[in-house]
Design a protein around this ligand. Sequence first.
Ligand code: MF3
Ligand code: CO
Length: 260
Amino acid sequence: MIYLKTPEEILLMQEAATLVSRTLGEVAKWVAPGVTTRKLDSIAREFMLDNGGRPSCLGYHGFPGTLCIEVNETIVHGFPSDYALRDGDIVGIDTVVELNGYNGDSAYTFPVGDVDPQTLQLLRDTKEALRLGIAEAKEGARLGNIGNAIQTFCEKRRYGVVREFTGHGIGREMHESPEVPNYGRRGTGPILKPGMVICIEPMINLGSKNIVIGPDGWTTRTKDRKPSAHYEHTLAILPGETRVLTTFDYIREALGDRFI
Ligand code: MF3
Ligand code: CO
C-alpha cells in the first residue's frame, strides 16, 4: 500500500530531508585520509541528536551505525569501523534521520584525496544517473520510467546496475511501498501520484552487477571487487511539480572546489 502524504506531511518531511542533508554536509567536512569511518559515524549521530533528530539506521534490524559506510568495492550497508580512509579511496555515506515522526534519506559518494580518473568518472556518472531518474519522476508517469532512464544511461557506459537493492517509498517508515528499482521498462509499474514521496538511489558498479553479501549479513560488495558508487535523494511528487526534498548543497559548501 502506497501512502500518499498531505501537503502538511510533506512540509514535515521537508524538515527531515533538510536535516539529513545538513548531516551529510557536516560529515563532508571530515572526509579526508586518516579519518576513521567510526569518527564520521559519531559526528553524524551527534549532529542529528543536537538538532532534534533520531538516527533511523541505528538499531534498524540490528544495524550497528548511524551511517552506512561504503568504501571502494562496498556497494551498500557497510558498518562504521576503525578503518581509516586512505588517499585514493571513495566512500559512500548513506543515512536516514527521523524528525517530527518522518524520515529523510540521502546518500553521497565522496572521493578521498586523489582518486583515479575512471573511478571519478563513475562518481560523476552515477550522480548524473540519479538526476536523470529524478527527471522521470513526475505526476502521471510510470515508476518504471525512472529505472529505465538510470539503467539505459549506465549500461551504455558498460557499468553494472545493481538489482538486489532498490530505492523505496518513505514517510513514517524509512522503507515504504513502492520499491523503486534502478532498472526496468518504460510504461510499466505504478502511476506516480501527487503525495507520493520516494527515494531514488542508484548503486552503480564500475565492473559487473554481481554482488556478494558478507558474513555479517549486511556489508554488500561487488563480486569482482571493483568500485561502486551510490547517490540518493528523497523527493515528493506534487501536482504538476516534483520537489527534491534533500539537497547536496551543504556538501557543496563544505567541499568548495573539491566538490565534483
Ligand atoms: N538508504 C538506505 C536504504 O534505503 C538506508 C539503510 S539504513 C540501514 O537501504 F539501517 F538499513 F542500514
Ligand atoms: Co534509501
